[in-house]
Design a protein. Structure first.
Length: 345
């Protein structure tokens, strides 16, 4: 069974020789330690050493104000280059004082066609081994960007008091992502397997806003993003950090093929609960706790937890850290333990 086949069977909840795996996307500062520990010289070599199944790519995007498609909008009133790893949702945003939805075009909206090269899109996908599952981290976080457009506190208030204003902004953001994704999907047609999109809705203990508001103002756009990806034959992995138990069925109904991540320590996000309540209707990605276990636990403890997860999810779970951004405080030996446990099943 090759990596691509294992990925599809896992996400379709069919029998597999072992669960599919995804290392996640280590932050820049975590990579040197991983390379040193595994005795390799590049991230690609690291993936091969781990025998990882899912290879992620990013949409190549570069504009005068941004180095990443997920930070394409220069909404902050204090303007400047939008660095992906240091962006914020809470600073006062361009639309903070706006009340008239008809003025949504006051903002200088970027055109993704100017900043995404179809040739470069093909190149980043061609770098993935042909037997691996290729997943683009498109994010398309229209809700989070809408929060940045106003400043998060203002945005959450406007969702309740001025839904038309909030709706005009989030719909305009969605337009950008649908166009950006189409450029990437068209450029890589037949060579891409999955897309990860999503927004963070959860805190450690519950949702940050009511399910009703999410359903009314966010999920119509999510549905368009999922339908667009499915039209290109892609599996859709929907991301949200935190405790999102109360909207998992909504995401299933919208067409998400898998939910990422299982944030292990968040309320109601225990793997056995999710397997019991949703294991027959959707798949998951994540589960290996990156808040405590991977940071403070031993390699043996990590291996025990991975084996427990595989017992709960013999299929239907892509084994991965419970947050995609592997941080430098996770010992490389614990990363190694994840993969050794999976391969020794």
């Amino acid at each position: 069974m090759d990596h691509k086949e294992r990925f599809f069977l896992t996400i379709e909840r069919k029998p597999v020789d072992r669960p599919a795996t995804w290392l996640g996307e280590p932050v820049k500062d975590a990579i040197p330690g991983l390379l040193k520990h595994f005795g390799v010289s590049s991230f690609g070599d690291l993936k091969r050493k781990l025998d990882d199944d899912v290879y992620h790519v990013n949409i190549p995007y570069s504009s005068p104000t941004s180095n990443h498609v997920a930070a394409a909008f220069d909404f902050a009133k204090k303007t400047g280059h939008q660095d992906y790893e240091n962006r914020t949702l809470t600073a006062p945003g361009f639309f903070e004082d706006y009340e008239d939805p008809s003025r949504v075009e006051d903002f200088d909206w970027p055109d993704p066609a100017k900043y995404i090269s179809p040739q470069r899109c093909r190149e980043v996908v061609d770098e993935v081994p042909t037997d691996a599952a290729t997943m683009v981290l498109a994010w398309s976080a229209h809700f989070q960007d809408a929060c940045a457009a106003f400043g998060m506190e203002t945005a959450l208030v406007k969702m309740m008091t001025e839904p038309e204003m909030f709706g005009a902004v989030i719909d305009r953001i969605l337009e950008f992502y649908l166009k950006a994704n189409e450029i990437f999907y068209e450029s890589t047609k037949g060579h891409l397997d999955a897309v990860l999109i999503g927004n963070d809705f959860g805190s450690q203990t519950g949702l940050m806003l009511s399910p009703a508001l999410i359903r009314e103002l966010v999920f119509p756009g999510t549905k368009k993003l999922i339908d667009q990806a499915h039209a290109y034959g892609l599996k859709v992995v929907h991301h949200s950090c935190g405790s999102i138990y109360d909207i998992i069925q909504d995401l299933v109904d919208l067409g998400a093929d898998a939910i990422h991540p299982i944030q292990a320590l968040a309320h109601n996000m225990e793997a056995d609960r999710l397997a019991r309540d949703f294991g027959k209707v959707t798949s998951f990605c994540g589960g290996v706790d990156a808040q405590n276990l991977l940071v403070q636990g031993t390699a043996d403890q990590v291996a025990v937890e991975v084996r427990r997860l595989m017992g709960i999810f013999p299929t239907g779970l892509i084994i991965s850290p419970s947050h995609e951004a592997v941080l430098p405080d996770i010992p490389s030996a614990n990363v190694e333990a994840i993969f050794e446990a999976v391969h020794q099943r």
